[in-house]
Design a binder for this molecule. Structure first.
Ligand SMILES: NC(=O)c1ccc[n+]([C@@H]2O[C@H](COP(=O)([O-])OP(=O)(O)OC[C@H]3O[C@@H](n4cnc5c(N)ncnc54)[C@H](OP(=O)(O)O)[C@@H]3O)[C@@H](O)[C@H]2O)c1
Length: 266
């Protein structure tokens, strides 16, 4: 069993550790975490039954695979801290938006095996969508990292050049969907429908529509036609969305997301 380390004990570390424990890729004895906030560290360790470490450097020393689960702005500090412990044998997994493996290799002065990952928060419930790209890594080690994430949902392997664009597709897109859901629930409430009943219907509609897209074999356009009878209610709603340029608004929003990732890129 590989030893897996985490630097940062936040939302993403919690979600990924949950998936690893569920899948049995590693047990609590083989997972170590460090965070600058001692309370957060102890809480996660207790909650998941995993080990704690007193420094980022010691996490890397005592792990085969280390997940860098801190915000992009904390990367330079963390890379400086772990530099003495990284060797060509150590696998690093980076989950930060816009941080390239080139930047990491340069900062630590070692072209160690790496996997760049873009997960999303539904990973917390085991229904995540994660994109992964690899660098300089053996098939066996990549498969191990891949399984850590596939235990928590759907996965896709991409080229690293696509990792900034994919943020709009799976990483930040849950926020766009929540906004869409909020508008639908708020509308229902305005029409006098109980909020919890509306939320139940909206969530089931989102899940059901996603399942239709996935399983029916129909394209989005065909599925839209199947809901829209001529002269009916759906067409009226679609006409309004078209008038407001909904489709292009989504494209522009996703493009803004990618542009920001490019700006923040290191
Ligand atoms: N949340 C998402 O939807 C999402 C999706 C895809 C990818 N990601 C990526 O996942 C990464 C982690 O996000 P998150 O939401 O899990 O963040 P988070 O909840 O803020 O967790 C990061 C933790 O690391 C701690 N930390 C900061 N500097 C540290 C250091 N030098 N050594 C050890 N620990 C340190 C932070 O403490 P402080 O609070 O004191 O800074 C915090 O407790 C980010 O890079 C983000 O881009 C997030």
């Amino acid at each position: 069993m590989k030893r897996i380390g985490f630097i940062g004990a936040g939302n993403m570390a919690t979600a990924i550790i949950g998936g690893i424990l569920r899948s049995g890729s590693a047990d609590g004895e083989h997972i170590t975490v460090f965070d600058v906030l001692p309370d957060k560290l102890e809480l996660l360790a207790k909650e998941k039954g995993i080990q704690t470490s007193d420094s980022a450097e010691n996490v890397v020393k005592n792990s085969d695979i280390t997940v860098l689960a801190v915000k992009p702005q904390n990367y330079s500090e963390v890379l400086e801290n772990i530099k003495p412990a990284v060797t060509n044998e150590k696998v690093l997994v980076t989950i930060a938006a816009g941080i390239s493996t080139d930047y990491i290799a340069h900062a630590i002065g070692t072209d160690c095996p790496m996997v760049r990952v873009m997960p999303n928060t539904p990973l917390l419930l085991g229904v995540g969508a994660t994109a992964l790209s690899k660098r300089n890594i053996s098939d066996e080690d990549f498969e191990y990292v891949y399984n850590m994430f596939s235990a928590g949902g759907v996965t896709a392997i991409l080229d690293e050049s696509q990792m900034n664009s994919v943020i709009a597709v799976n990483g930040s897109s849950p926020a766009y969907i929540y906004l869409f859901a909020k508008a639908m629930v708020d509308y229902a409430v305005k029409e006098g429908i109980d909020e919890s009943e509306a939320l139940k219907l909206v969530c089931a509609t989102l899940k059901g529509s996603a399942e239709m897209l996935e399983k029916s074999g129909d394209t989005p356009d065909t599925l839209i036609k199947k809901v829209s009878s001529p002269g009916g209610t759906t067409l009226k709603a679609l006409e309004k969305l078209e008038e407001k340029d909904f489709y292009n608004s989504v494209l522009e929003a996703m493009d803004a997301c990618t542009k920001r990732a490019n700006e923040l890129s290191k």
